[in-house]
Design a protein around this ligand. Structure first.
Ligand code: AMP
Ligand code: GLY
Length: 402
């Protein structure tokens, strides 16, 4: 098959890499670090399958436009993508589906928001209703900070229109798990689970980011746990979407927290996770393109297979990420990192500079290590990390440290 991957980050590099084991792949817009990148409008490229990476084009209806032109597309239409585009709507759908999740209130009124905040115990959670590039969530142990955030969100000062409707949520405590399920409109099959690191600093210090690293497999999530997540979280949501007339063909990514009262849904994303994809897909032993094409056609025929190996990725970020990343710093050492055994490097926020690649975004590179177990994969990943540098580079040192 000829496959078009839409997007230009580390997730799309990983998708292209793994799809490329069996198929011809074009990535648009890609980036100068992803082989096969072209800057064409996806609707103008001829292909057998279109795989849409980021949430923004999904929410914007790219999958609908491609399907209207009789193309085979992996990724939900704008109707299903609302699950990620509006947290308030997501909460309504999962409540109807009976999915266990944090108590919440979606509102546009300050007094209502503050009254609900004050009825909850710490930690307090405030979210934008709309998309905010993974940064619209505040989790805090300070009620004053939470009250101040209500004003910053509702006024538009913090996140523009995305925060003018906000969601106040009960704070949950426990380890997190990402389960990405491939859906064909009716049926969902899970990929191997992963754990993501959302905070910018070691020991989960500092603000939330899009994700600073990940690993797979995850000890707390054996096959039984993953089957339970599909049965109680993903499949009921897919069924509820179907009841609402939504034919959801794409990834349903369940972000879960394992609390003392059992697993709870934190969020649904409508796409592959970034950086989870970089640790999940390389572990596939079956043909990814075949699976996604079957899902796009509305009929998944077989479950994906995964190897026993482990994969760890460490995100290398630019100075100033997540608030205001600096761009244009020259990157050195990518080839040296790739020459380390078990190491691969996916390119995210990079651009062409006078003497090679330079930084051009917050999350710049994903350095991945493969090994027989998580400890070996982690050691490989950090061997790769040690070879790469640019002014202001920062990364977490505790990814997959147990
Ligand atoms: P979200 O964008 O909804 O996935 O939230 C981003 C991150 O914020 C999650 O991965 C959690 O680490 C944290 N978070 C979100 N909601 C909650 C909650 N109800 N309780 C505790 N932490 C949360
Ligand atoms: N790593 C979290 C996400 O993709 O949203």
């Amino acid at each position: 098959m000829r496959v078009v991957v839409v997007g230009g980050g580390g997730r799309e590099h990983a998708l292209a890499d793994v799809l490329g084991r069996h198929h011809e792949v074009v990535v648009t817009p890609g980036n100068p670090g992803i082989p096969g990148s072209v800057s064409d409008d996806p609707e103008s490229i001829d292909a057998d399958l279109y795989v849409i990476g980021p949430e923004a084009p999904l929410v914007d209806g790219l999958a609908d436009r491609l399907r209207a032109a009789d193309r085979s597309v992996f990724g939900p239409g704008a109707d299903g993508a609302r699950l990620e585009g509006s947290k308030a709507w997501m909460k309504e759908v999962v409540a109807a589906a009976g999915v266990p999740t944090a108590r919440h209130l979606a509102c546009t009124d300050r007094d209502q928001a503050v009254a609900f905040l004050e009825s909850l115990d710490a930690p307090w959670v405030i979210k934008t209703d709309g998309l905010a590039a993974g940064k619209g969530v505040l989790v805090t142990d300070s009620l004053d900070r939470a009250r101040a955030a209500v004003d910053e969100y509702l006024s538009g000062a913090a996140f523009g229109d995305a925060g003018r409707t906000l969601v106040v949520e009960e704070g949950l405590v426990g380890p997190e798990l990402s389960v990405l399920a491939v859906c064909d409109g009716t049926r969902a099959v899970a990929l191997a689970p992963a754990q993501d690191y959302k905070r910018v600093g070691d020991g989960d210090a500092g603000p939330n980011t899009g994700g600073m690293g990940a690993y797979s497999p995850v000890a707390l999530a054996d096959d039984e746990v993953v089957d339970d997540v599909v049965a109680r979280f993903v499949q009921p949501t897919l069924d509820e979407l179907r009841r609402r007339g939504i034919d959801y063909r794409g990834v349903l990514y369940a972000g879960l927290m394992f609390t003392a009262d059992g697993p709870r849904l934190i969020e649904f994303n409508v796409r592959f996770g970034d950086p989870e994809t970089q640790v999940v897909l390389p572990r596939l032993t079956t043909d990814l393109g075949e699976l996604l094409a079957q899902a796009a056609a509305g009929r998944i025929e077989q479950r994906p297979g995964f190897g026993d190996d482990a994969q760890v990725t460490v995100v290398l970020a630019a100075e100033g990420y997540p608030s205001s990343p600096r761009t244009g710093d020259p990157i050195t050492g990518i080839d040296e990192a790739r020459s380390e055994p078990g190491v691969s490097v996916y390119c995210a926020g990079v651009a062409d500079g006078p003497d090679g690649l330079v930084t051009s975004g917050g999350r710049v590179l994903d350095v991945c290590g493969r090994g027989a177990d998580v400890a070996a994969a982690r050691a490989a990943a950090y061997r790769g990390v040690a070879r790469i540098s640019w002014p202001g580079l920062h990364h977490r040192r505790d990814i997959a440290a147990g």
